[in-house]
Design a protein around this ligand. Structure first.
Ligand code: GLC
Length: 525
């Protein structure tokens, strides 16, 4: 396609580096492991890799607690390995997106260690320190996402510091100009290394209310959910900062920033996207839908409607924080629904994000005992919530020990289904999820209407079949997805249509849709 722009027209693939491929055989994935799999990713047909954090981290939150923004954690390799990865990826037209966790650092970051040395210290104001209330209580009622109050008392300083997540993840003070400029330098550093995109972790939490007012109460089960989060997230100061970030990123042609909005509805999420803001933000409303075509349709229409004319949509169904789509929607090992979901993701209007293993229909691993849990929030909230280990298990490459991920015992167990569900076996099975994924990605790539086309629903209030048309410069493609286990009929729009999945069959009028069938048809000209 002419004027193909990778972040708008391509497919983005999220890698959780701990779990992708372990070349050093210590049970933890690494950069060299990713390099070894680039040919696979190229064959899959993706255009960019979003790497979950690879900066040095004490791993209280598995990389989302960074102790050095411009380093590479030795467990993943060295800066040389990273440069090698960028180079090898570039050779294959694969772009690299770094995950920047700039709302908070690790409590082991040099800034924080200095910050808590004294109140007079030059770095003290790099974080959010507050005196106790006269009765010794925390400065306000704010709660931490991961449980308990968001304020941690430091005996030596006699002050509290603020942490939206774990106490080992102190929030930085973005209102301090030195912090702001140091953080903006982080973008420049990675852009200079050849990185072309960023994923901003919980960016709309950077700024808090300047007066630290109490959040109003609301009905909810646990502390954090029992407040209206109007003062601890989504403050207006974020907009000018996004402009500044965008200016830096735009100095590098075709570079990209996507933000993870936190506690934001579709409207709020969309408000951060546009020509002088983020290129995109994640629409959780779509990803969190239950299995019903109407739900998905409502979500995307809301999303398209909320986005300004200068913003391009994106869509995802899985990531490292939520149960995998295949685990949420499928029955056992049956991939029918996973195929429908994937076909939807790859044919809707908007850049699709795939989560590693989604292409082979990987399922979450079961979490049976608290003692087995690695994710600290799973330990904390057990048994009500078991944390995020389920979706972070090692990639299933082969029917070999540890699924070919590593020669050593992996940091999380491999799903038992790896003997049947793995890349190698699926490659040789024409009906596999992987071959379906590859085919869809390649159809998408060679069909401009699927990449850039307008979106028109063909089903009103769908209960079983979701159908929509994509049109671009006179090309028309329709996608028909049977969300149900029933055999149904579907009335095609006028004219003759050719099937892109099975090639060269002409259709007109009423067609039958087998249970969970996916059809992608192109207008015959
Ligand atoms: C984001 C990340 C999540 C992390 C949290 C705190 O939501 O996606 O994994 O735990 O931020 O950094």
């Amino acid at each position: 396609m002419k004027d193909f722009l990778w972040w708008r027209d391509g497919v983005i693939y999220q890698i959780y580096p701990r779990s992708f491929s372990d070349s050093s055989n210590d049970g933890i994935g690494d950069l060299q492991g990713i390099i070894e799999k680039l040919d696979y990713l190229q064959a899959l047909g993706i255009d960019a890799i979003w790497l979950s954090p690879i900066n040095p981290s004490p791993d209280v939150d598995f990389g989302y607690d960074v102790s050095d923004y411009t380093g590479i954690d030795p467990k993943f390799g060295t800066m040389k390995d990273f440069e090698h990865l960028v180079k090898e990826a570039k050779k294959r037209d694969i772009h690299i997106i770094m995950d920047l966790v700039l709302n908070h650092t690790s409590d082991q970051h040099a800034w924080f260690l200095k910050s808590k040395q004294s109140k007079e210290n030059a770095h003290h104001d790099f974080y959010i320190w507050k005196d106790p209330k006269p009765d010794g209580e925390p400065p306000n009622n704010w709660q931490a996402v991961f449980g308990g109050p968001a304020w941690e008392y430091d005996e030596d300083l006699g002050q509290y510091y603020y942490h939206m997540f774990f106490k080992e993840q102190p929030d930085v003070n973005w209102r301090n100009p030195e912090v702001r400029s140091a953080m903006l330098d982080v973008f420049r550093f990675w852009l200079d290394k050849g990185v072309e995109g960023f994923r901003l972790d919980v960016f709309n939490a950077y700024f808090k209310d300047p007066e630290f007012k109490d959040n109003p109460p609301k009905f909810g089960i646990r502390g954090f959910d029992r407040q209206e989060h109007i003062y601890d997230v989504s403050q207006p100061e974020m907009y000018p900062l996004l402009e500044e970030i965008r200016t830096i990123v735009d100095e590098h042609k075709q570079s990209y920033v996507v933000g993870e909005t936190f506690l934001a509805d579709t409207q709020q999420t969309a408000s951060y996207c546009g020509n002088d803001k983020l290129h995109a933000a994640f629409n959780f409303d779509f990803a969190e839908n239950r299995w019903h075509p109407q739900r998905f349709l409502d979500s995307v229409l809301k999303w398209y409607d909320a986005l300004a004319a200068d913003a391009w949509p994106n869509n995802f169904l899985s990531n490292h924080d939520m149960k995998r789509a295949a685990s949420r929607y499928c029955f056992g090992e049956d991939d029918s629904r996973a195929k429908v979901a994937l076909a939807m993701l790859l044919t809707l209007k908007g850049t699709p994000f795939l989560y590693y293993g989604e292409e082979i229909g990987m399922r979450d691993i079961p979490i049976r005992k608290r003692a087995d849990i690695k994710d600290p929030i799973g330990k904390h909230f057990w048994p009500f919530y078991k944390g995020r280990d389920g979706c972070r298990a090692p990639m299933q490459w082969r029917n070999a020990p540890h699924a070919g991920f590593s020669l050593a015992e992996p940091w999380l167990p491999v799903n038992d289904n790896y003997t049947k569900r793995n890349v190698e076996m699926q490659l040789s099975d024409p009906n596999s999820m992987l071959n379906f994924s590859m085919k869809l990605i390649s159809i998408r790539r060679s069909t401009p209407a699927l990449i850039r086309g307008d979106f028109t629903p063909l089903t009103e209030q769908p209960r079983f079949i979701l159908a929509y048309e994509r049109q671009y410069e006179g090309d028309r493609v329709i996608v028909i997805l049977n969300f149900s286990s029933r055999l149904l009929n579907f009335e095609l729009p006028k004219g003759g249509w050719t099937c892109l999945l099975t090639k060269n069959t002409a259709y007109t009028g009423k067609i039958s849709m087998a249970p969970y069938q996916v059809r992608i048809l192109e207008k015959k000209v």
